[in-house]
Design a protein around this ligand. Structure first.
Ligand SMILES: [Zn+2]
Length: 276
């Protein structure tokens, strides 16, 4: 499932290829993946591609916009109108420059919700999300974690607590910060919250730079795969030796997701003297 770095890669691709273009028409191929009135964007210029957590918003200069959630297998690609549309293309924005912005989603866990303006988007959709993982402050993360008794893995997956992280980057983040996924959120102290934020920003920045992680269906707006999966330290590596201390990595379902971590260097005890 695309997480923040993958969605940011798509956002940058759309921005580079389609920003400033007038949308000539919007074609809905499959109505049940679309909410609201996508046709309201027709005739207007694409003026911004925004992201909050794992959600994107394609905004026109007149106000009407589309909020895109890629779900498990969704993609947003900019292709020449002459290129045959791939199977499972559900929504198409026809651009004035001969290109098309195409939303495709074979498994249909994603979708597009259309709003009259940014105010409506924030009120209905983005207001409930936590701060974006690239901008959350240590103090805010500390306060939010302290309000929950859930374990750290489950808390960081919660989009209403912090937006953008999923299974891959939470496992990688907890490894980088040397914190156990099983530690209760309310037990995280100030210096540990500071360390989480200090590790989170460069981790996400490196993943964006690599074009995200491609595991199954994910591709950027130009159809290219990401390469960050080659840099995963623990994700998907249960039973293999820890790259830091050599102990076998543990794997267990936490919050219904397979979690991988090192019981040797991510135990609660080893973090106490580390400081920052
Ligand atoms: Zn280790």
């Amino acid at each position: 499932m695309p997480e923040l770095p993958e969605v940011e890669t798509v956002r940058r691709g759309v921005e580079a290829a389609a920003l400033g273009q007038v949308i000539q028409a919007v074609r809905v191929k499959r109505r049940d993946v679309v909410q609201g009135r996508p046709q309201a964007m027709a005739g207007h210029r694409l003026s911004a591609a925004l992201r909050h957590g794992k959600q994107l918003a394609l905004v026109t200069d007149a106000g009407p916009l589309a909020c895109v959630h890629l779900g498990m297998s969704g993609s947003l690609c900019v292709e020449p109108a002459s290129t045959p549309r791939a199977k499972h293309t559900h929504l198409v924005w026809v651009l004035a420059n001969g290109q098309e912005l195409r939303f495709r989603d074979p498994r249909r866990f994603g979708g597009v919700a259309c709003f009259a303006d940014r105010q409506a988007l924030h009120k209905v959709r983005w207001h409930a999300l936590g701060p974006d993982a690239t901008t959350i402050t240590p103090a805010d993360l500390h306060r939010r974690l302290n309000a929950t008794r859930r374990v750290l893995k489950a808390a960081l997956l919660d989009q209403n607590l912090v937006a953008g992280l999923g299974n891959i980057y939470v496992d990688e983040l907890l490894f980088a910060a040397r914190l156990s996924p099983l530690m209760p959120g309310c037990a995280v102290d100030r210096s540990q919250a500071k360390r989480l934020v200090a590790r989170m920003r460069p981790l996400l920045a490196r993943a964006v730079k690599a074009g995200g992680s491609s595991l199954r269906d994910y591709v950027g707006a130009d159809g290219a795969s990401g390469a960050f999966q080659n840099n995963h330290q623990v994700y998907g590596r249960g039973g293999l030796p820890c790259p830091r201390c050599g102990q076998d990595l543990s794997a267990m379902a936490i919050a219904q997701r397979t979690s991988v971590w090192c019981g040797g260097c991510q135990s609660v005890d080893t973090t106490q003297e580390l400081g920052d």
